[in-house]
Design a protein around this ligand. Structure first.
Ligand code: 3PG
Length: 307
């Protein structure tokens, strides 16, 4: 029977990505429903009422949304982090949750360097900045984004160190990256620290004063992961104690106004999360999501299921 697939994106995909998704769904005989740029969560609850599948980005798929979606069988988060989906509630209502790992990794990694340059070059105000070449970059978590960051860092001539207890040291070392066996060792030698850990119960608020204050003089924390992993009180304390410390982030912290008030030159946050916001990443992640939905309904394929 024909299925209806809703694309629900508060931050819309590039048009080419929506067209690509439509092509995949048309070929399968499925119907596409589109809810873009909505501001009211009620709009999402209304839109899910009759759909069989959903493609979302960072959109909040709460227990309420799942309860309103009586026919829903699958939610695909077009992206890597699925902390925006209530996986326990999905499991309880027999809804499969998937992500599309790696599809937007390069886009996020490129933005990490954009953020580094933004502050290294003093926000392009005309003042002399510093170069990335010869500096040490620490990569905290060596998944798809971390690997792309390492590849780009080589081009900048940086020394690269990484820590990821879930990936074999050999696999990291094979890419020419030095492995460090503790987070403390990682932070204490990183001039630039690029964060790629997921947000979960173990990582939330885990990056705070104890780790950040160990970073070398002039260090920069670069966050293209999630704001929830930062202990903001600890971050503010380090930024106040150390006039050399810099923070660049793609996820605006709650303490944005406070940091701007005393550290505007060494703090930068994008107005809206932009890491995965490229045409290429939208097309790759969106089309992967559509293909995963069709494979799920037609063949029972559960690759990339996360709940
Ligand atoms: C991800 O987890 O893939 C990124 O954070 C992308 O998020 P976005 O789809 O909201 O841009």
């Amino acid at each position: 029977m024909s299925k209806t697939v809703l694309i629900a994106t508060d931050k819309p995909f590039a048009k080419a990505a929506v067209d690509g998704i439509r092509n995949v769904l048309d070929a399968a005989g499925y119907r596409l429903a589109l809810l873009e740029g909505y501001t009211n969560p009620q709009a999402l609850r209304d839109a899910v009422a009759d759909v069989d599948a959903m493609i979302v980005r960072s959109d909040l798929v709460s227990a309420d949304v799942l309860a309103a979606a009586k026919n829903l069988k699958i939610v695909v988060r077009a992206g890597a982090g699925y902390d925006n989906v209530d996986c326990a509630a999905a499991t309880a209502t027999n809804v499969v949750v998937m992500n599309t790992p790696g599809q937007n990794a390069n886009a996020v990694a490129e933005l990490a360097f954009g953020l580094m340059l933004q502050l290294a070059r003093k926000k392009y105000t005309g003042k002399a900045g510093t170069e990335l070449r010869g500096k040490t970059i620490g990569i905290h978590a060596f998944g798809a984004v971390g690997r792309c960051v390492a590849t780009i860092a080589k081009g900048f001539g940086m020394r690269i160190v990484a820590h990821d207890p879930f990936i074999s040291p050999d696999a990291i070392a094979r890419l020419g990256v030095e492995v460090v066996d503790s987070v403390e060792a990682l932070y204490s030698q990183s001039d630039y620290l690029s964060l790629h850990i997921p947000a979960n119960d173990k990582t939330k608020n885990s990056i705070g004063h104890a780790l950040l204050s160990q970073m070398p003089k002039g260090a920069m924390l670069v966050n293209t992961a999630r704001k929830e992993v930062i202990d903001e009180a600890g971050l503010v304390q380090v930024m106040k104690e150390r006039e050399d410390f810099r923070y660049a982030t793609d996820v605006m912290p709650a303490c944005d106004a406070e940091l701007k008030s005393f550290a505007d030159e060494r703090y930068f946050a994008t107005a809206k999360k932009m890491g995965a916001q490229t045409a290429e990443a939208n097309i790759q992640a969106g089309i992967a999501a559509a293909n995963q939905i069709v494979a799920f309904f037609e063949k029972g394929d559960l690759t990339f299921k996360v709940n």
